[in-house]
Write a protein that binds this ligand. Structure first.
Ligand SMILES: Nc1ncnc2c1ncn2[C@@H]1O[C@H](COP(=O)(O)OP(=O)(O)OP(=O)(O)O)[C@@H](O)[C@H]1O
Length: 243
């Protein structure tokens, strides 16, 4: 038992067979785990391998992702398919969600987001947050590498930091700063710095007063929203012209 804690995590390679799945490729490696794209011959899935060292260090915390994903049923959130616990592997199989990460779309493709698209993307994130918060879940990691987009639909992945809201350490409003920062990434995709001086986002981005207020309240520059319903209200008012 003690020895197994110090053993290195086994890496899986393309074409290798694992349980009922064939490994297609490694998608990403983070602090907590390694994500593989796998197939059962019919459909693709995500196999998430939890790192042994992290399981030991974070203990019960890594279990939240499983518990929370199992409790969710939303078209933009991967379904929890099954858990796999073996001597040489700890992890689970998740539904594969389509789309590339916003990180790749912004920084590799250099895609420019016009206001209408910012509205279409933002609207979906507000809907996802309404669902999560109604289930007493705060995601705490809505960032460009954890959001997938196929040009139409937005999917939210990586529930590794998600927690049950207890209004103390874990509050719903924690997601608002992430949402604000995410939207700023979309605005900045079309931003060109004129001159040399870097100024704060609320000075250098050309924003409508309603956009400015929405973003300031999300980011906590102005008094932060207290519920997703307030965010939703202001979001739709801000983007009224695109509905
Ligand atoms: N269900 C899914 N469908 C499609 N792609 C996914 C899915 N889950 C994760 N991915 C992809 O795998 C990458 C890594 O996933 P995830 O962030 O959950 O792993 P992680 O080990 O927790 O990483 P980190 O520690 O960096 O947060 C994501 O950026 C995304 O591109």
């Amino acid at each position: 038992m003690v020895l197994s804690l110090f053993r290195r995590d086994k890496q899986y390679w393309p074409s290798e067979q694992f349980a009922d799945y064939t490994i297609e490729k490694t998608i990403g490696e983070g602090r907590f785990g390694i994500c593989y794209l796998v197939s059962d011959g019919q459909k693709s899935y995500i196999l998430k391998q939890l790192k042994r060292a992290m399981l030991k260090k974070a203990g019960v915390k890594v279990r939240f992702e499983e518990e929370i994903l199992r409790s969710l049923q939303h078209e933009s959130v991967p379904r929890f398919i099954k858990k796999i616990e073996r001597e040489d592997f700890n992890g689970y199989v998740l539904e594969f969600k389509e789309g590339r990460t916003f990180e790749d779309i912004i920084y590799l493709d250099k895609h420019v987001f016009e206001r209408e698209e910012i509205y279409r993307v933002g609207r979906q994130l507000v809907e996802i947050l309404k669902y999560l918060h109604s289930k007493s879940i705060v995601h705490r990691d809505i960032r460009v590498p954890n959001t997938l987009y196929d040009g139409q639909k937005v999917n939210l992945v990586d529930f590794g930091l998600a927690r049950w809201i207890n209004n103390e350490k874990y509050r719903a409003d924690m997601d608002f700063a992430f949402l604000g920062d995410f939207l700023l990434h979309l605005y900045y995709a079309s931003f060109e710095l004129k001159g040399f001086k870097k100024r704060p986002w609320y000075d250098e981005l050309q924003l409508h007063p309603k956009e400015l207020l929405l973003l300031k309240k999300l980011m906590g520059v102005d008094q932060r929203y207290t519920s997703i319903f307030e965010v939703e209200h202001d979001f739709y008012e801000t983007f009224e012209a695109y509905q």
